[in-house]
Ligand binder design. Structure first.
Ligand code: KIV
Ligand code: ZN
Length: 387
């Protein structure tokens, strides 16, 4: 079958990079529950853990491999034999196993993390890929801190690991350092200067330290990357990883990009809530796509425009991401149209004059309350509760 050049693969690392967050640790059964929902969402790869890091993580990769059949199950390693042996053992039941191995690529990491040289690091990278390839066919290589790496050295590293057998090359902006055009240019440079790049998929893995993870991931895709790595709700180390829901909905909303995924976007909201509750990590109300206010309209001008035609203020339909529905929130900033909308919903049909009179009462109540609910409206209309 011909490979679709516009298909973007989605690599979920909620259960690895996401789970590294203090306080977000999950039990194996909890991980399995999330993994099954990720499978239903349609992700292509689930990074199930870092098997050498603890017996619990090892066991989670074993159990997830048994429980999930459609997506590739991936295990993380550093570039050494011990880590790789542990990952190979943990993946023994996976129908489609992948090893994700790698090493630092920036001079910062080479000198101050590995106390090494570019030549030595290159050798270790190639050795790790060759070693992993003896046991597992699907090898992804990550060039850690690629965002700050010298692009020519990065290209040399990418070329060498592809020659050694890597079929996916991950270019992480580990520290969330890059600007979108810098990151995009880096991907473009690799696309244009790595001789064997057509034998691998370029993957983007961005962190959100400057709030640019999603923008950088999109810049990477626009410049030739075809796999995006991220997490549900954008959870992850420090300021987090790229939010999968954001990237997927950007591609869906901006058809002009000509890129598509296999994601069932209607599953986003429920999965977001599941991840949030299991990881004890609240979703900020203004979070794009899945925040509780993502489809709430509260100012009078917006509410009026929304009630005339929802597309005035809605670029994504809430049902497309499984969100219960858009809401018109009643506050002291709301106008007559919003009040009329809610009163009609509750069964009241008012003349213009009656509405004006109720609106004045409404403003008095709204000034003393944060928001107005159905019970407040009923009391305002002289009823204790709905008939
Ligand atoms: O951010 C990063 O560089 C990583 C790698 C281990 C892929 O998470
Ligand atoms: Zn990461």
């Amino acid at each position: 079958m011909l490979h679709d050049p516009n298909r973007v693969y989605v690599f979920d690392t909620t259960l690895r990079d996401g789970e590294q967050v203090p306080g977000c640790q999950l039990t194996t059964p909890e991980k399995i529950e999330i993994a099954k929902e990720l499978e239903a969402l349609g992700v292509d790869v689930i990074e199930a853990g870092f098997p050498i890091s603890s017996p619990g993580d090892f066991q989670s990769v074993v159990e997830l491999s048994k429980a999930v059949s459609e997506p590739i199950i991936c295990a993380l390693t550093r570039a050494n034999k011990g880590d790789i042996d542990s990952a190979v053992a943990a993946l023994q039941y996976a129908k489609r196993p992948r090893i994700h191995t790698g090493i630092g690529s920036s001079d910062m990491h080479i000198k101050h993390k590995f106390n090494s040289t570019r030549e030595e690091i290159l050798e270790r990278a190639v050795e790790a890929v060759k070693y992993a390839k003896k046991s597992v066919e699907d090898i992804e290589f990550y060039a850690e801190d690629a965002g700050r790496a010298d692009v020519r050295f990065l290209a040399q590293m990418v070329e060498a690991v592809i020659a050694a057998g890597a079929t996916v090359v991950n270019i992480p902006d580990t520290n969330g350092y890059c600007l979108p055009d810098q990151y995009g240019s880096k991907i473009k440079f690799l696309k244009e200067n790595v001789k064997n790049i057509d034998q691998a998929i370029i993957s983007v893995h961005c962190h959100n330290d400057l709030g640019l993870a999603t923008a950088n991931s999109i810049a990477g895709l626009q410049n030739g990357a075809r796999q995006i790595e991220g997490t549900i709700n954008g959870i992850g180390e420090r300021a987090g990883n790229t939010s999968i829901e954001e990237v997927v909905m950007i591609l869906k909303t901006h058809e002009i990009l000509g890129l598509h995924t296999n994601i069932n976007t209607k599953n986003f909201y429920e999965l977001s809530r599941m991840v949030s509750s299991q990881m004890r990590m609240p979703v900020q109300p203004n979070k794009a796509i899945v925040g509780s206010n993502a489809f709430a309209h509260s100012s009078g001008i917006h509410q009026d425009g929304f009630l005339k035609n929802r597309e005035n203020y809605e670029i994504i339909r809430p049902e497309d991401v499984g969100f219960p529905d858009a809401s018109i929130v009643l506050t002291a900033r709301s106008g007559r149209h919003a009040l009329k909308f809610h009163l009609e919903r509750l069964g009241f049909s008012l003349s213009k004059e009656e509405l004006s009179e109720v609106y004045h009462r409404f403003l008095t109540v709204a000034d003393s309350k944060l928001d107005i609910n159905d019970q407040d409206l009923l009391l305002m209309m002289g009823k204790q509760q709905l008939a």
